[in-house]
Write a protein that binds this ligand. Structure first.
Ligand code: TXA
Ligand code: MG
Length: 321
């Protein structure tokens, strides 16, 4: 397609999913709803298709993608799972957990998917549309969040169109994403430590401390920060609404659009009742709304650093950086 054509949005009905699968089979790009955020999908086994993801997003080629699978069996064809990785996948999948595992040498994956690393990031999503699409395709789908690089992640089909209109082949509209934040990313290192050393590469909807406690009786060990960029998407400047953002605001200063939480009202609220799950689901919509408001600056009320609040604050700090 040429850049000038508008991208079509269709409902994620059975017919819509069949059409999306056809486009993907031919090497095209389709934005798809998942329970976390909308993903920009391409067939993960095609160099040309994966290359188009990087092009459409304007994503640097050193930043690897998440590969979405329909089952743990499909995941095993792509990577070597240790015993503990098997157990973790068994407990958290399908769901908002991405596991960074050792890529098989003969994995049917485009090289660019893991940007030259020996590992690959895998996730089995818990969303009926994404699941039906992977099944219809028969191959795994590479899918980063469906936004231009550094822009706010999309939780609706309309958000996708805001930054990718004319750059992708189709948007499947499945309504707003339920969780609203990108998956948690976990890498387990096995060097020496018998049960592995867990490293949280990105906080998200699955609380990794709680998951760790489920398997081990004790606090989570974290490998020392190596200084090496492990999850390059975790660079400080990310999720940018394109305006200055001030955090922990109790009221709006002049010219600020205030995003409230709990007892702090505002121009909109993450959750008037102070519910963190609702706040996560509304975070990106609120940032989109603030970005489109006439106000030159954005302020956000304090959000407690507990449960999914940790992931909300992670994204807010990056939006403010
Ligand atoms: O919820 C999600 O994870 C969404 C939906 C669509 O599944 N996807 C998503 O993808 O957030 P993306 O590309 O925006 O973020 C992928 C993150 C990046 O920070 C990237 O650096 C990291 O995963 N990543 C991918 N492969 C990796 C690897 N082999 N090692 C370490 N980090 C990796
Ligand atoms: Mg992203």
């Amino acid at each position: 397609m040429s850049d000038k054509d508008a991208t079509e949005t269709i409902d994620a009905t059975a017919a819509g999913i069949a059409r999306a699968a056809e486009i993907l089979r031919a090497g095209g790009l389709v934005a798809v709803p998942t329970e976390t955020v909308y993903g920009l999908a391409a067939r993960a086994d095609s160099d040309a298709a994966v290359e188009r993801i990087y092009e459409a997003k304007g994503r640097p080629s050193f930043n690897p993608l998440i590969v979405h699978v329909g089952s743990i069996e499909q995941a095993r064809e792509l990577a070597h799972f240790s015993e503990i990785e098997e157990a973790v996948a068994g407990a958290a999948w399908p769901g908002a957990l991405t596991l960074v595992v050792r890529r098989r040498a003969d994995a049917p994956l485009a090289a660019a998917v893991s940007a030259g690393l020996e590992t690959v990031a895998l996730r089995q999503p818990d969303h009926p549309v994404m699941q039906a699409l992977i099944e219809a395709c028969g191959f795994p789908l590479a899918a980063p969040s469906a936004n231009r690089s550094n822009a706010i992640s999309p939780t609706t089909a309309a958000h996708v169109i805001e930054t990718l209109d004319g750059r992708i082949d189709l948007v499947l509209d499945g309504g707003p994403s339920g969780k609203g934040l990108e998956s948690s990313i976990l890498a387990i290192r096995h060097d020496g430590a018998q049960k592995g050393v867990w490293e949280e590469l990105r906080p998200g909807p699955v609380d990794l401390d709680m998951l760790h406690q489920h398997f081990f009786d004790g606090p989570m060990e974290r490998s020392a920060a190596s200084g090496k960029i492990e999850a390059p998407g975790q660079l400080a400047r990310h999720y940018s609404p394109g305006k200055p953002v001030r955090l922990n605001a109790h009221q709006a200063a002049q010219g600020e659009f205030l995003i409230g939480f709990g007892s702090i009202g505002g121009d909109c609220s993450l959750s008037p009742a102070g519910d963190l799950g609702q706040a996560a689901a509304r975070l990106y919509s609120s940032l989109h709304e603030a970005a489109h408001s006439g106000c030159p600056r954005i302020a956000v009320a304090p959000v407690p650093e507990e449960g999914i609040g940790k992931a909300i604050n992670d994204r807010l700090r990056r939006a403010a950086a």
